[in-house]
Design a protein around this ligand. Sequence first.
Ligand SMILES: [Zn+2]
Length: 299
Amino acid sequence: MSQRTLRFLAGVTTNQKDKSQHSFQRSLLLGFAESFVAWLASTGISALLGIIVALAVNRYLRPGYLLSFSLGVLFWVFVDVINDSGDLDVNASFSGGWEQVVIVALFVIGISVFVSLDRTVFLPELDRSGSLAVPVLIALAIGVHGLGEGAAFANVAATTTSNSLVAAFGGEAAGAAYFLHKFLESMVVGAAYVVFAGKRIIGVQARAKDVGVLALAFVVPSVVAAGVGYFVAYDSTYFFAIGTGGFLYALLRLAGPAFTTQKAPGPNGTLKMAAWLIAGLLCVYAVALLHSYLPSTFS
Ligand SMILES: [Zn+2]
């Protein structure tokens, strides 16, 4: 599989490890407000839609299947994000210096922070008290790689020699791919809410408020990075290292309930779980194909 295909999340085709990006001329042909609002809208709307769709799907689909689908999404995106972190600089072997140490340390910090804040990651029983804490942690853990995506987008927006927003997103197909992959990621947040929210999910008003809180937790890292990254060029690799840790936490956290929400699903149920897991993987795969459909309009 090509690096090009795997890199669709960042929306960039330049090598993330290429430090020459710091010397890019900031052309600023594309205005800050224009690019920022487009980023905010595409990230925010896809996040809200993903969570709402997961809640709607929950009416017709068992939580175990929704979680299996989510695990499929997470597995693919985990690979994508570790790729965007330069595979934690593994190709440098023992010669990566402090930069390599920092990247690995950020990955370790990423997963350690979330696991230590949660503390129930490896417990077999679900916390059925209906707390929003775990879904918010999962929203943050998945959303934190948005620091890298936002920085990558803003860097392109500030340096593009075109004044087209579409160019900043890497072309029409890449823009659509960004929106759809955010939608799938936030569906995972919605699935976590379905499983961990307990009775909270019954009240319409409380549920609307919870959806807002979860979308905010998911979106804030992307939006902050897109705002800062327009004015300050920085290497998004480090943020993808933290994001890799975040995805690992989310995977661990949802894997347990995926297999315990149904008592003895039987051979058919097991097959269906595998099918939903594969469906999740293939959905992100299809979005990655979309990103690769047209050559990027920037370099
Ligand atoms: Zn992403």
